[in-house]
Design a protein around this ligand. Structure first.
Ligand SMILES: *Cc1c(COP(=O)(O)O)cnc(C)c1O
Length: 387
């Protein structure tokens, strides 16, 4: 029996251990523990990597979203379109500013926001749309831009799971008014703690975000507006800076694992690709990278026929890590139900996916033996051996 964790950070970080230790010593001896040249150097290289004019290191992906919305003055009375099927922070950041999240359904094949449903939910109060490039796959960025222009909306891209993902060559985080990503350890560029990044191509928005990041303070001890402490530690920046050049390699290895799963399970009875018109008898649907340039933060199956939890138990029995991202769509979260935000009764796909999805190991350092073990388990389950 082979053991396959859902994610193992060990091999990736061990490979850079000596460099991490040197970076730590460098920061320690610099005595500069807030802001400064190490953070700026990391920001500069992130901006170059993404093809954006400005990148600001911040305290977390959640704070990146919050700061981006604050820079746009989103607040009470404003509606923000966002998917009902995503991590909590997308909607939490909107709600914390007193604005109204409007639940939009997602596409059953690429799992990202359904712009046709978004169009139905635009109102005179709609100010912005927050697409989430979920599981590492970019939304169609051309369609996104056309949608925002047609409805005169601001765009904040939640790219927490998609740093390095592209659509026709353009990076996520580069087309919205602002972009936000996260360096939470399980993201493709994972730090050693919490931190995140805000991006923009707009000088004025960058300046506003910079000031809001330090309590709305400019110059020192003069506060024109209320900001907060949204800073990234230079120590975290120095550590992440060592991993940034490795990110394309990490992403490539994940894509290689996805390709392996598709190859190993091609033609297996009961397994099909998650495309329109997929084999209706299939029990397990494999995720497809429709953008062709996704980064596979997750490899998320759809398990039909109410068999998802059975597959989870089956994989767990075989010591294969798996997780449900996400078991409850956001419009059903207790903290939001009582507020009665709009759109909740027309997000059927989000509800369906919450009952069907299961993410399996895809991290870059999976061994050949491990991924074969996972593929064999899926084939066995589809053949009814787990029934
Ligand atoms: C991880 C994540 C966030 C939040 O990032 P943190 O760094 O954990 O605060 C926001 N949105 C999505 C879609 C995420 O996956």
């Amino acid at each position: 029996m082979t053991t396959v964790p859902l994610l193992d950070l060990g091999p990736q970080n061990r490979a850079l251990e000596a460099q991490f230790e040197a970076a730590f010593r460098d920061v320690l001896r610099s005595n500069q523990f807030i802001m400064g040249p190490r953070l700026e150097a990391f920001e500069k290289d992130c901006a170059a990597f993404l093809g954006v004019k400005h990148a600001l290191g911040v305290s977390s992906g959640t704070d990146a979203l919050l700061l981006a919305l604050m820079a746009l003055d989103i607040g009470e009375g404003d509606e923000v379109l966002l998917p009902a099927f995503t991590f909590f922070a997308t909607a939490g950041s909107v709600a914390r500013l007193g604005a109204t999240p409007v639940w939009v359904d997602v596409d059953p094949h690429h799992f990202n926001i359904d712009l046709a449903d978004a169009a139905r939910k635009v109102s005179p109060r709609t100010r912005a749309i927050m697409p989430v490039h979920l599981f590492g796959q970019s939304l169609d960025l051309d369609a996104l831009q056309a949608f925002a222009a047609a409805h005169k909306l601001r765009v904040v891209e939640d790219a927490a799971q998609s740093m390095g993902a592209r659509w026709k060559g353009r990076a996520t985080m580069s087309v919205g008014d602002l972009g936000a990503t996260s360096f939470f350890p399980s993201k493709n560029l994972g730090g050693m703690g919490d931190s995140g990044l805000v991006t923009t191509q707009d000088d004025a928005l960058a300046e506003r975000a910079r000031i809001l990041r330090v309590h709305g303070m400019q110059p020192k001890y003069y506060h024109r507006e209320v900001g907060a402490n949204f800073r990234m530690d230079p120590l975290q920046a120095a550590l992440l800076h060592l991993k940034l050049p490795q990110l394309p390699g990490y992403n490539c290895a994940r894509a290689g694992n996805a390709l392996f799963y598709h190859g190993a399970l091609k033609g297996v009875a009961g397994i099909a690709e998650n495309r329109a018109g997929a084999d209706r008898a299939a029990k397990i649907l494999l995720p497809v990278d429709f953008s062709g340039q996704g980064i596979w933060n997750q490899f998320t199956l759809r398990v039909t026929g109410g068999r998802r939890d059975a597959l989870k138990a089956f994989l767990t029995e075989r010591k294969i890590g798996c997780e449900i991202y996400y078991p409850i769509p956001l419009h059903r979260q207790e903290c939001f139900v009582s507020r009665g935000y709009p759109g909740a009764d027309t997000v059927e796909v989000s509800e369906q996916l919450s009952a069907e999805v299961l993410s399996i190991p895809i991290f870059p350092e999976l061994t050949g033996e491990q991924r074969q073990w996972v593929a064999d388990a899926l084939a066995d389950f589809a053949a009814g051996k787990g029934a």
